[in-house]
Design a protein around this ligand. Structure first.
Ligand code: AMP
Ligand code: ZN
Length: 114
């Protein structure tokens, strides 16, 4: 946690382009966007990945998902949609060990993932 990139973004030690912030979550643009709209929503509480979420965090996760859908809509993706992604551990391609929801929108996405 001490060396967590996203905890440093939350603490303001690393800059980010914030879309939304409150006492429990932060939404910011992905530094390496994979689509015209690509942002991340994270809990301020350090949770390493989705496997580490316990029942007390369920309501927080719900609010984070709700914020992600709201931001997807306000960023122009209400009509065409997009994809909400939670990469989890190595097989899921997770590179930052702080739970985050990606939203990708603004272009047609392929399926299945590679
Ligand atoms: P994942 O591969 O699911 O763990 O996603 C981590 C994401 O964090 C990647 O899409 C990166 O581009 C993104 N990322 C890494 N460093 C930063 C940063 N400093 N600011 C914003 N996004 C970042
Ligand atoms: Zn963290």
């Amino acid at each position: 946690m001490g060396n967590c990139l996203f905890c440093k973004i939350i603490a303001g030690e690393i800059p980010s382009t914030k879309l939304y912030e409150d006492n429990e979550m932060l939404a910011f643009l992905d530094i390496n966007p994979m689509s015209p709209v690509h942002f991340l929503v994270i809990p301020k509480k350090h949770i390493s990945n989705l496997f580490e979420v316990d029942t007390e965090d369920a309501a927080l996760l719900g609010r984070i998902l709700n914020k992600a859908q709201e931001l997807a809509k306000t960023n122009g993706c209400e009509e065409e949609g997009g994809r909400f992604i939670i990469n989890t551990k190595s097989d899921g391609g997770q590179t930052v060990d702080h739970l985050h929801i990606h939203f990708l929108g603004g272009r047609k996405l392929g399926w299945p993932p590679g």
